[in-house]
Design a protein around this ligand. Sequence first.
Ligand SMILES: O=C(O)CCC(=O)C(=O)O
Ligand SMILES: [Fe+2]
Length: 194
Amino acid sequence: MKSLVDALAGPGWGVIDDFLPAETVARLRRTLYRRQKRGSFRDAAVGRAAGRARVKAIRGDRLCWLDPSRARGSEAVWFEQLSALRETLNRELYLGIRGWEGHYALYPPGARYGRHIDRFRDDDARVVSTVFYLNPRWRSEYGGQLRLYPDAADPVDIFPAPGRLVIFLSDSLPHEVITTQRDRLSLVGWFRRD
Ligand SMILES: O=C(O)CCC(=O)C(=O)O
Ligand SMILES: [Fe+2]
């Protein structure tokens, strides 16, 4: 986790593979699919003014929010690791993170998420974005890479490999999700300072 701290303090983003054991990743994936079958996923929203068709063209994922108070099993393991990461970030970088909010995300084939930053204009509580990938395997021809646009550097592509965690500063790093050719599964969230 120390390497993540250095990455966040330097270029403003970092990647760590095998953040959780493969077995836990598989269990989280099964939980995601179970919730999908139960109808717990909703279309993601972009602003209020944009029409539905336009939204789909910009952002095609479907999502299901996590409830930390009801986390059991693999979700509890996720929250434990997350809180270890939060403590490290607060200790080393004085980020003052207090909580985390997040959701499962499912990008069906053809879905993308156009370039954006994660902090809302009217809500500056999001400090660090976290993206954790739950796909069973990934090949580059499936597309679906996360493309980061660091300041004064070339864009960086990160493929959604199983068990990979990406973190970046929520207020300053533009990024997008390139159109995926396969179901693309993840746990997306934000460390917040409130
Ligand atoms: O899934 C990803 O790689 C990034 C998702 C994202 O940017 C978001 O949900 O805000
Ligand atoms: Fe984002």
